[in-house]
Structures are given as structure tokens and as C-alpha cells.
Design a protein around this ligand. Sequence first.
Ligand code: NAD
Length: 424
Amino acid sequence: MSSALGIYQDDVFKMACEQFRVIADYLEIDENHRERLMLPKRAIAVTLPVHMDDGSTKTFQGYRVQHHLTLGPTKGGTRFAPDLSMGETAALAMWMSWKCALNGLPYGGAKGGIACDPTKLSRSELEAVSRRYMQEMIPFVGPHTDIMGPDMGTNEQVMAWFMDTYSVYQGYAVSEIVTGKPVSIGGTEGRRESTGRGVVYLVERAMDLLKMDPTECTAIIQGFGNVGSVAALSLALKTGIKVVGISDATTAVYNPKGIDVKAAEQHVLKKGHLRAFDQGDRIDPNEMLVQKCDVLAPCAVDRVITEKNAAKLQCRILAEGANGPTTPEADKILDQRWTEVFVIPDILCNAGGVIVSYFEWVQGLQAFSWSETEVTDKLFRILEHSFSQVIRRAKAHKISHRMSAMATGVERVMKAKRTRGLFP
Ligand code: NAD
């Protein structure tokens, strides 16, 4: 490994590299091409001075990593989280590359964000931090170079501030610079729900294959933000699965009789979190993950399925709504348990978000809008294709679903790089 790893030093980046190494061995990729495929094309770090409400000036650190430019512009979310680092951002950008390639999207992966706790900022501070971040990024992003979207800790409003800041500097409205923005300023119908909806579509497909009856099944969902809450609502209301466990950063609630997910959503809309939601027993958040259920959907942070709990999981389907929820050590254990636990790997499971972001970008470039039904139909068509490919390759080569999904993504980027040459 070259010394370039230095600026990306981070456990999550090491994990993404380890996953890549396993795939590179499986695909027998020449050593000469491995680093070029794995390391980001470029990375930007910015310091963001912001006037706080109390009159003080605080500086925040912002990052953006563009993984490769071989297949088109880069695309990726923006994360606001206290311990965000360049390494974690690079890992997330790398996963985005494999995800976009697996799903046939004309993008390289990117990711960015700010090391900050958005829950501790007032609305005006959040706006100032968001606008300053986009202002610093203007030389490095654009509708044909790098398109931002939401991720943990950011939402439609933050995307609107990004879009407005970029547009003010250009002198005209550039809605295609971000996705996940409100429909009122060029966002697409169905983007907010897209990731959670995709998770549930794939859970239903897995249940078809495994001949499971959703109305007799239970689910546990970690994380009750954009992805987790939409997935929980859709599982409960659309498929009839009983949701028995939900959690967020403040608490975990467990009720074997079933949780009224709509009531949980209303509680979070009012209070901002699940704390004090009283429809069930409090449970240790780690214990919740190993309770008996048919579907376990981690939809929050990375590295929550580890070598410590992988052998204890009691779910039939592991639906990875979050990015990087399973460590490579846990993967080895899950590989051995493949007849017991059906894994829907993250780059497939949560791809709904970037797929509908792609639709939003296309609609923006064409100044044309599609209905929600059109968006959802097209989303499911792409997910169906990717799901079938992943399952087919896994069966044919006797490899795990993750290996199959990642290999398909890496292979496409590798072929494109080989065809284009050394530049991109
Ligand atoms: P979000 O900020 O809307 O919600 C995150 C949720 O996780 C919140 O409920 C938060 O309280 C909870 N949480 C944080 N730390 C937790 C912990 N330790 N234990 C339990 N819950 C915890 O974020 P989101 O957009 O829903 O993203 C969630 C995950 O899905 C991330 O890994 C993200 O990268 C991934 N993802 C999101 C999208 C998208 O479209 N938003 C697309 C693909 C992947």
C-alpha cells in the first residue's frame, strides 16, 4: 500500500480497503491496477469559520472526496457528524463508486461532509455552516463534475441552502448541483422515500425467494431517520410485517406485540427523537440487534454488525440500509451462516437513494419532471435488475451476496478504466 493512505488513516477506510482486497483477489486484479482503483482521485479539506449565535466565531472542518471520474461526474451524499474524518469520507466515497457501478449509473463515487453535531446548532448556525461549506466547494463541484446529496445529519433544507449558495455564485438557478432538495425548487417526487422504499422492495424480493409470508414476519430497525423511518413505515403499512424493535441515537424500544410505527413517526416529528416514546420496553441498543426477528435492518451508522454479535444474530434477512454496517470480520462469520442469514448487502440494499438522485439530476438537466409513480416504477426496475444479477452471480460462483455485488461494481469500473487509459 502506498504512503497515500496517510491522509485517509481511519478504521472505516481500512475496512473499505480490506473489502476491496478480497474482491481484487477474487477478480484476480493485477497488483499494478489495485491502488489506482482503490484510492480516491482527489480529496479536498476545507476550514469553515462561522459566526455563532452567541457572537463567537467557530471553525469547522469540511471534507469532500471524489473517488473516480471514469464513468461520469462523481455523486455522493453530505454527512454532518461530530467525528467525521477524511478517512471515513474516503471509505464512503469508495462504496459509492461500487454502488453506482453495480446499479449501472453513469457516476463515480463521492462523499463529503462536516465534522459537526447538527443537533447542537441553531437553525441559523446550521444554515451558515451549510452555506459556507458549499461556498468553499464551488471550485471543485458542478453539475457535470460532482453532484452532492443528503446523508446522515443533512436533509432537504440543507440541500436547498447548498443549491441556493451555488446558484447565487453562478448568477442563475442551478438545480442540478444537488439532489435530495425540496420538490418546490426542482427536487423529484419520491426522493425522500427512495432509500427506505428500495430497502423494503428488496426485503420483499428476498422473502419471495425464501418463501416467507410477510404477514407472519417481524422486523427490527436500527436508526429512525430518513432511511429507517421510511423503511419501518413501509414494512408495517405496505407489507404487513410486524415491527417489533426500533431505535435511534437516544434510545431503543422493543415490543414483541408490535410497535405503532406511525405513532413513532409522529413522536419524532414533534420531539426530534425517539426518547420518551412509550410504546414498548426500553432495551439495550446492542441487545436489540440480536433479538429474534425475520428482518434486521441496520439503518444508522457503520460497523454495528461485528465479530462480537454476528454469530448471535437471529434474523433470517439482514437488510443493510446503512452504509458499511457489517465489518469484514463479521462478514466471515455471516459467510459461514449463509443458509441461516440472507444478506442484502449495503451497495444493493440502500441504492434506492442514489438511483432516484440520478433521476432527479436527469430531470434537472432536462428541465422536465416525472410523476412519483414513474419514479418509483423506474427505481424498482433498476433494483430488480441489480438484485437478480447479484443473486445469479452468487449462486453460479458460490460466493456471498456482498462479494457478488462488490465484484460486479468493481469489475465495471476496472473495465472502464482499462478502456479509457490512465487519465481518469
Ligand atoms: P438520518 O440522519 O436521517 O438518520 C440517522 C438515524 O440514525 C437517526 O435516527 C439517528 O438518531 C440514528 N442513529 C445515529 N446513531 C445511532 C446509533 N449509534 N444507534 C442507533 N441509531 C443511531 O440519516 P439517514 O439519511 O437515514 O442515513 C442512515 C444511514 O443510511 C447512513 O449510513 C447513510 O449513509 C445511509 N444511507 C442514506 C441514504 C439516504 O438517502 N439518506 C442513502 C443511502 C444510504
